[in-house]
Design a protein around this ligand. Structure first.
Ligand code: PEP
Length: 251
């Protein structure tokens, strides 16, 4: 089985002004200097992308966006496109985060269009999936994930998906302090990998990185990372502080 390079990604959500974001990015750069063997990404708000990029551009930390729109340009007030994000230094785009699904009407169909738009310009999509608490309680976790993965990747073929990253984020674990146990997370990651294998073949299922997200902290990251199908973390709250995020990166 091939070795997958871990990715530690920080989602800064709607926190930090441009100056605050640049300052945290600077602190992070200092703390991860010399770290090897792991990819690092931070996704600040749109208004902080440029100042953060200036700070991180010659460091191991890469830039990501928290969302994007699927058209390249046009009369879409308030939206930002994949080529625009690429032009300010983004390498990654988070797509389908549960907060976007929950509060901003994101659907599997819009997620699919956004993944295609990201791939078109060479932005690596971080495609988020995950079940709600009710869905888990009623034993629908696997069927929900099956649908999200199938519909999110509809129309795409394995050759297009080399750079795709999937983030499994159980909605009940995001920002709640409740983390899935290592075994609960592993079970779902293994299932998602099997879905990728079924739909896109063994080569992609072996190489694709599947991140875990949901209250990842410095003290629970090592256990999660010891699981065979967990290839990194998408971190919200604990990525806002450079010291705690750097501890996660150096798990
Ligand atoms: C997230 O925003 O993707 C996330 C997992 O948040 P938190 O780490 O705060 O649960």
């Amino acid at each position: 089985m091939q070795q997958r390079r871990p990715l530690m990604a920080g989602n800064w959500k709607m926190y930090k002004t441009a100056d605050e974001a640049a300052q945290t990015a600077q602190q992070l750069v200092e703390r991860v200097a010399g770290v090897t063997g792991v990819d690092i990404m931070i996704a600040p708000t749109y208004t902080a992308l440029v100042p953060v990029f200036e700070v991180i551009q010659n460091s191991p930390v890469a830039l990501g966006a928290q969302n994007l729109f699927w058209e390249d340009d046009g009369a879409y007030t308030g939206e930002i496109s994949a080529p625009m994000l690429k032009s300010v230094g983004c390498q990654y785009g988070i797509i389908g985060h549960s907060e976007r699904r929950q509060y901003f009407g994101e659907t599997d169909e819009t997620v699919n269009k956004k993944i295609q738009a990201a791939l078109q310009v060479g932005l690596k999509p971080v495609f988020c999936v995950g079940e709600t608490e009710e869905e888990r309680a009623s034993e629908q976790t696997l069927s929900v994930l099956d649908k999200q993965v199938k519909k999110g990747l509809e129309g795409l073929v394995s050759d297009q998906l080399d750079t795709l990253i999937i983030a499994y984020e159980p909605v009940w674990a995001i920002g709640t302090g409740k983390t899935a146990t290592d075994d609960q997370a592993q079970e779902v990651h293994q299932f998602i990998r099997s879905l990728v294998e079924k739909n896109f073949g063994t080569a992609l299922s072996n190489s694709i990185r599947i991140l875990y997200g949901g209250s990842v902290k410095p003290d629970n990251v090592a256990g999660l990372m010891s699981m065979p199908d967990i290839d990194g973390a998408l971190v919200g709250g604990a990525s806002l502080d450079a010291e705690s995020f750097s501890k996660i990166i150096k798990y």
